[in-house]
Design a protein around this ligand. Sequence first.
Ligand code: 13P
Length: 250
Amino acid sequence: MSPGDRRGKLVVGNWKMNGSRAANAALLAGVKAASPFAAGVAVCVPAPYLAEVAAALQGSAIAWGAQDCSSHDAGAFTGEVSAAMLAEFGCRYVIVGHSERRALHGEGDRLVAEKAAKALAAGLTPIVCVGETLAQREAGETAAVVARQLGAAIELLADRIGDTVIAYEPVWAIGTGKTASPAEAEAVHAQLRSRLATLSPRAAAISILYGGSVKPDNAASLFGQANIDGGLIGGASLNAEHFAAICKAA
Ligand code: 13P
């Protein structure tokens, strides 16, 4: 068995700010009906729905998580949700540093790393997002940008980086219908993996997900790459049939 065979395949739906109690129930019923999946599967849902989603998924093999957490433990941080609160709802995962939070909420590399640290301290698995903008790609800066983003997480988390999941999401591919080609994505994943491999075999063995316009018709070719261990799925995770097909491709 090669080291690659031991890495967990994982598909995570990021619902973003979508859903309603009725729509969520229908979506989860559809995904559950298509399960079990060979890969690990999770959905990261808006925080107000966590209790209901937890109840709907209880007893299934599908995990759930949140889309962000605070870099603080508790206190006067209006609107924030702590990692410990998410853990109380049975969350397994929390996305940190999604490009939408970096771009729309001014989150920088250090803050993202601090959020990941809080998630780990609460017993959650942070899904740390990295990725370049179109301008950065066109300027030939992709490798430097993702190295800096991953580097900030490594600097703060040290060996606990081995308890995270990394998601490479090129910003220009998110919600645009433009996917990185399997070779383009693989090149970045291989770079991230080799950086992790300089730390420890455990760090090198974490799951690195690809995100950005993953659909049922392109999932298998992306997930077939040596260093792509699954996906972080936006739009297609809102359709039970499409999400299940992507989960089956992993
Ligand atoms: P899309 O799959 O809609 O492109 O979104 C990707 C994403 O941002 C997942 O976090």
